[in-house]
Design a protein around this ligand. Structure first.
Ligand code: SF4
Length: 336
């Protein structure tokens, strides 16, 4: 197997930022020495070797990778993570070792979000699912992709998300070159519920039942295939239900493939302002709804924009009491 990485050099002479990030990722994973050859695509020279290869293989973005096997066609990858998964992945940590949440919590007591994410992925790799809601928890995917370690991403498609959120999920998928495990309500549960109670029962008798059918059960089914999960929950999201949030917890709501499921909340200590500073500093993709005054984003009928100075959770289930503003995915300690 022969791996060629094609990197772009800008007309200014500088290497492109995405190419530098991809090289950094391969170096962090100790995989840089597996790249046999680097070919440059000069932005202002269509005859440069990299530009010629791009044209030959119909690739528009850089970096990209060509994998040549002695006896087969050339494979093309536009994502370092997909290349790693296909050809360079290292064996996973032994699942037989039980995970000690209490000692991990002690070890990580003063850890940064990046350190918590690295710890989780070093231990669980692709068996740790990042629960991505299509909102500012994109920060977790960015932190995970910087580690160069394998990870999984799960999205619950309730069937009631905004069009902007679907577009954003797709943008994140292509921006990071990752696969997204999209889980959805079981028709056998959803259809009788909607037939009996209609599409807006949550306005009459609270959101609990609808959230159970559309969010909690699909997530429960999905998490049953993993050993750990990661959320973008923060203590400042609500002082009533999330004030005692830990960086590492044993999940009390769901079970993983081996029973107990470890739960990581790497940005538990961050404020909303810090999250947005990160998104701006690193120019992360983000949901267009944030430009329309939306702070916390969930399903379309149960989310609205907030006014400057209003708490982000005031845009969720605004017709209900503050204590009821959880959907069952994250029970507080007082619920357990
Ligand atoms: S947020 Fe609203 S629409 Fe979405 S699952 Fe819950 S109650 Fe149903």
């Amino acid at each position: 197997m022969h791996i060629t990485m094609v990197k772009k050099r800008l007309a200014s002479g500088e290497p492109c930022r995405k190419c530098a990030q991809a090289e950094e990722l391969l170096r962090k994973r100790d995989l840089w020495n597996r790249v046999d050859e680097v070919v440059w695509a000069e932005e202002d020279d269509p005859a440069s070797p990299g530009m010629v290869l791009a044209a030959q293989h119909g690739v528009e973005a850089a970096p990209f990778y060509l994998v040549k096997h002695s006896d087969g066609p050339v494979e093309v990858f536009v994502s370092a993570l997909k290349l790693i998964k296909a050809h360079l992945a290292t064996p996973k940590a032994s699942p037989a070792q039980p995970y000690d949440v209490a000692s991990a919590r002690e070890d990580l007591a003063r850890a940064t979000p990046q350190e918590v994410v690295s710890h989780a992925l070093t231990r669980f790799g692709a068996e740790c699912a990042i629960a991505f809601s299509g909102s500012d928890d994109v920060v977790l995917i960015d932190l995970a992709s910087q580690t160069g370690l394998p990870f999984s991403v799960v999205v619950v498609d309730t069937g009631r998300l905004h069009a902007e959120t679907y577009r954003f999920i797709e943008e994140v998928r292509s921006h990071y070159g990752i696969e997204i495990h999209i889980t959805a309500p079981e028709p056998a549960e959803l259809e009788p519920f909607v037939r009996e109670k209609g599409l807006f029962s949550f306005l009459e008798d609270g959101h609990e039942e609808c959230c159970r059918v559309r969010k909690v059960r699909p997530l429960r089914r999905a998490l049953g295939g993993y050993r750990a999960w990661m959320t973008g929950q923060r203590r400042d999201q609500t002082f009533i239900t999330r004030s005692d949030l830990e960086l590492v917890e044993e999940d009390t709501a769901f079970e993983g493939k081996d029973g107990a499921l470890a739960k990581f909340n790497p940005i538990a200590n961050w404020s909303r302002d810090l999250v947005w500073q990160y998104i701006r500093d690193y120019e992360l993709p983000h949901n267009a709804l944030h430009h329309k005054g939306y702070a916390s984003i969930g399903c379309q009928p149960c989310t609205r924009a907030v006014l400057p100075g209003q708490h982000e959770r005031e845009g969720r289930w605004w017709w209900e009491d503050e204590r009821a503003k959880e959907c069952g995915l994250h029970p507080s300690k007082s619920d357990s």
